[in-house]
Design a protein around this ligand. Structure first.
Ligand code: ZN
Length: 136
C-alpha cells in the first residue's frame, strides 16, 4: 500500500518540514518496526533529511544551491526550469528512514524535508512502510 502526503509550496524554492506528516501516516499504518520509504513523483522536487531545529540551515542550503545552480543559465530545456531539474537530481527523489517502537528513527536535530525547486505548486510525496517484525 502506498500512502501520500500532500504538500503545497508557497515560493519558488523552499524546504517544507514533513516529519510530523510522515509520523502521522506511520501511526495510521500501525507499524512498529521496519523502514519508511519516501518517494517524490516529480522531476523538480526532492526529499532530504537535515537539521530542523534552526531554519537558517534550510535557508543556507537553498542559498548555496541557488548560487551553484542559477535560475538563468546556458540551459537548453525549453520549459525554462532546468535549474529545478538539476537541483532535484542532486538532492534526489527518495529516502529511507528507519522505524523503531512506532517512531521514525531521527537524531535530535533531524527533520524530514520536502524540497521544492519549482514552486509554488501542489505536490505529493509517496510513502511506503515495510515491516521487519517476525512472526511470534
Ligand atoms: Zn522542465
Amino acid at each position: 500500500m502506498i500512502r501520500y502526503i500532500n504538500v503545497k509550496s508557497r515560493t519558488r524554492t523552499e524546504f517544507i518540514d514533513i516529519t510530523e506528516k510522515v509520523q502521522e501516516l506511520l501511526k495510521e499504518a500501525g507499524l512498529v518496526s521496519g523502514i519508511g520509504y519516501l518517494y517524490v513523483p516529480h522531476t523538480t522536487a526532492a526529499v532530504t533529511i537535515n537539521e530542523g531545529a534552526d531554519p537558517s540551515v534550510q535557508r543556507d542550503i537553498l542559498t548555496v544551491l541557488n548560487r551553484m545552480i542559477p535560475f538563468e543559465g546556458d540551459y537548453l530545456h525549453k520549459e525554462g526550469n532546468s535549474s529545478a531539474h538539476i537541483k532535484a537530481s542532486l538532492i534526489g527523489p527518495s529516502l529511507s528512514v528507519m522505524i523503531d517502537e512506532g517512531r521514525l528513527v531521527l537524531g535530535t536535530w533531524q527533520s524530514v524535508f520536502f524540497c521544492e525547486f519549482d514552486g509554488p505548486r501542489h505536490r505529493r510525496v509517496a510513502v511506503k512502510f515495510l515491516s521487519d517484525k517476525k512472526m511470534p
